[in-house]
Design a protein around this ligand. Structure first.
Ligand code: G1P
Length: 300
């Protein structure tokens, strides 16, 4: 691993959230409601990701939106009517919560006119990202971790100055729902958790999967990815896949796979969403106790 001198070190400041997908796994709820706005207890799932990016030190959020996604923009915008009403009624706690969302950060939006794939969505951020490393965060993947997952990954990036992808072991045929890496272990500070990627495949058949290490929706990428995505042919599902673009990037640069500490929930899947809801509700100070009691009473 090379460690460039601190003066020349690149920093990750921008986080891109592709949010233009159609959310078909969650129909009919997502017919008019963006899947990123589905509430996990009382916060939309995208807000968990945005808070993680801020906690990891990013200060610019870029959301790639599409048709029917204006609720996301409204969510992160100021709501004068709501604030005025809460103020008049003396609901100071709620007012603080509502304000903290719009105060959180400057959010920039780019519109992806057609949902042509994750790689295409990331490419939409090219102008706003410019010539610096950046994070990509998939809101569906909600990660509960003591140290935010993206923060763990930025620590790896700060040392390696190379692209880093979150990975997790998935046993059995379920691996076919993911991008899968083929990688060799790396010794050193992150030994046991860091992998040197040799190849990656988007949604392989179980029999063809190069390993049991799945790509999870947190990436730190160098800006060279944009050039690669521009020349990436359509892949799995007829879409421009980020995994394929990263595979081309591998020919020029190192990419590491990082096995993060924490629990990932697939909140874009109905069962995954239900599990996440139960776990997050149980952890809540205000709800956990009575919710636990009620669950016990179900006798399931
Ligand atoms: C996307 C990526 C895939 C990755 C997954 C993680 O797939 O294309 O490589 O493993 O996110 O959640 P999607 O779930 O959007 O089909």
């Amino acid at each position: 691993m090379t460690t460039p001198s601190s003066q020349n070190k690149m920093r990750v400041r921008k986080a891109v959230f592709p949010a233009a997908g159609l959310g078909t796994r969650f129909l009919p709820a997502t017919k008019a409601l963006p899947k990123e706005m589905l509430p996990l207890v009382d916060k939309p799932i995208i807000q968990y990701g945005v808070e993680e990016a801020l906690a990891a030190g990013c200060d610019q959020i870029i959301i790639i939106t599409g048709r029917g996604k204006s609720a996301i923009e409204d969510h992160f915008d100021v709501s004068y009517e709501l604030e005025k009403m809460l103020e008049e009624r003396g609901k100071t706690d709620l007012l603080a919560k509502v304000r903290s969302i719009s105060d959180m950060i400057h959010v920039a939006y780019v519109r992806q006119k057609e949902a042509l794939g994750l790689g295409h969505a990331v490419l939409m951020a090219k102008e706003l990202v410019g010539d610096e490393p950046f994070a990509v965060m998939l809101a569906d993947d909600v990660i509960d971790a003591e140290k935010p997952c993206l923060k763990q990954m930025i620590e790896v990036f700060d040392e390696t100055q190379s692209s880093v992808i979150a990975t997790q072991v998935v046993e059995g045929p379920g691996i076919s729902s993911y991008g899968v890496i083929d990688a060799a272990p790396v010794e050193g500070n992150f030994a046991g958790k860091l992998w040197d990627i040799r190849n990656m495949v988007e949604k392989p058949k179980f029999a063809d999967a190069p390993s049991n290490k799945a790509i999870i929706g947190r990436y730190i990428l160098t800006p060279a990815i944009f050039e690669e995505l521009e020349r990436t042919p359509k892949g799995s599902g007829g879409e421009l896949q980020l995994t394929d673009g990263m595979n081309l990037l591998l020919q020029r640069e190192k990419i590491y796979g990082y096995v993060f500490d924490g629990k990932r929930h697939d909140a874009g899947d109905k069962l995954g969403f239900l599990k996440a809801t139960v776990e997050y509700a149980l952890k809540r100070e205000d709800l956990g106790g009575p919710f636990r009691e009620w669950l016990k009473g179900l006798g399931v």
